[in-house]
Design a protein around this ligand. Structure first.
Ligand code: ATP
Ligand code: MG
Ligand code: MG
Length: 391
């Protein structure tokens, strides 16, 4: 359908062929768009069973420039931005804009841009990766320990983060970030004593119209997202919910281009919300939109980048939760974790078809319910009861 409409891209090229590319391709097929993913040879591509995959690296300039398609987008932000800039120079549409990807690829630059635009943000400081510089910045300007040390580039699933509890832990924290330190440097963030974490997806089409999804609660353990719940399972004040949407929209205005943008935030209590980071693409916090919303984040992203109008982001269920399935010791053990979801009402299983590795995101389960009490009962049946958030 979509690829026969005037002014709409027929082929959407996606840098990356992981689970996000796969879920984009599934919605693309339904809309009648051809989704083509660029993914390296020699590894199992999650998108391969559902769309065409061109073998190549999304971090390689030539591979990016030679990718054919009416519009190029991303499912990962760690890509060759020079290649995307070249495409844009040639008049080929790239969404989101290469400038947005450049800003987001470096977390410290991302914070600089957001701070300048008035997005509420915790204190942070770029530092040399030395014990003395980290100690001085922490004790004199960032409220003391604990403090969060982050690598500026190539971070995901908390892999570029290290919590430093005291000056004695600085050396070990630097070592734990290893190569990341050499690649792009580090910066420090003041510890955020948040009450809960929130996320919100904002979509922007090629004409500049925007649309905002409901605010969700995200639950992290060991820096990695485990569970997402909508509406938040604790009494989030209405003023804080509105503030979270305002912060998310304000952050998206600071960068250019079409697509969906996921904004992670800290709820500090009252109506105080701080920006954490943004992903310029569909995001783990939005997986539940597949079952819970009229338009999934994947369809919304494709609509946005290909020139279609945005779809309706509203919830079509009373409550929903998403549980990430992380790799256990073996694939068999990981699959066992999915078994209860095959029989619980309202539960849907998503398996990404990736190589199994302990701790890796291999799939997810979404559970929908008419209301929060029923959602809680279904999560108990799944063996994933929702602990009360202490607010
Ligand atoms: P993602 O997979 O979301 O891209 P990431 O590797 O970019 O993760 P962050 O989002 O920076 O990592 O941090 C991961 C988690 O660490 C946050 O969701 C939060 O739980 C915790 N965290 C990050 N920054 C701080 C901070 N300044 N104070 C307290 N906790 C923090
Ligand atoms: Mg991140
Ligand atoms: Mg994050």
């Amino acid at each position: 359908m979509a690829n026969r409409l005037d002014g709409v891209a027929r082929t959407v090229s996606v840098l990356g062929g992981g689970q996000l590319g796969r879920m984009m391709a599934l919605d693309g097929a339904r809309l009648g768009l051809d989704v083509v993913c660029l993914d390296p040879a020699g590894q199992k591509s999650s998108a391969a069973p559902v769309c065409r995959v061109v073998e190549g690296s999304f971090t390689d300039f030539d591979n990016v420039v030679n990718l054919e398609g009416d519009v190029t987008t991303v499912e990962i932000e760690h890509v060759n931005v020079d290649g995307l800039e070249k495409l844009a120079e040639q008049g080929r549409p790239v969404h989101p804009a290469p400038s947005a990807l450049r800003i987001i690829a470096d977390k410290a630059v991302q914070k600089d841009v957001m701070a300048k635009r008035g997005v509420p943000i915790g204190d942070y400081e770029k530092v040399e990766p030395t014990v003395s510089a980290i100690r001085e910045a922490t004790e004199e300007r960032l409220g003391g320990f604990p403090v969060m040390l982050k690598s500026r580039c190539m971070a995901y699933d908390g892999k570029g983060n290290a919590v430093i509890q005291s000056a004695d832990g600085i050396e070990a924290a630097l070592q734990s970030l290893g190569k990341a330190v050499e690649a792009g440097g580090v910066y420090l963030e003041r510890w955020a004593p948040f009450k809960a974490e929130l996320a919100c997806i904002v979509a922007r089409d090629r004409k500049g119209n925007t649309s905002c999804y409901d605010v969700v609660e995200t639950r992290q353990a060991d820096n990695i997202c485990r569970v997402v719940v909508v509406p938040p399972s604790f009494p989030l004040p209405e003023s804080a919910r509105i503030e979270a949407q305002r912060v998310a929209e304000c952050a998206v205005r600071a960068i250019e281009g079409a697509g969906v943008f996921a904004i992670e935030m800290f709820w500090m209590g009252g109506d105080r919300v701080l920006y954490n980071e943004m992903a310029p693409r569909p995001h783990n916090s939005g997986h539940l939109t597949i079952e819970a919303c009229v338009t999934s984040q994947f369809e919304q992203h494709l609509r946005a980048v290909s020139g279609l109008p945005l779809g309706d982001p509203s919830l079509r269920v009373g409550a929903a939760a998403m549980i990430n399935i992380l790799g256990a010791a073996s694939e068999e053990e990981t699959l066992e974790a999915l078994r209860p979801a095959l029989t619980v009402p309202g539960a849907k299983v998503h398996w990404y078809g990736k190589d199994s590795r302990p701790g890796r995101k291999l799939g997810h389960i979404t559970v929908t319910a008419p209301d929060m009490p029923e959602l809680r009962r279904r999560l108990v049946q799944l063996g994933e009861p929702l602990d009360e958030t202490d607010v």
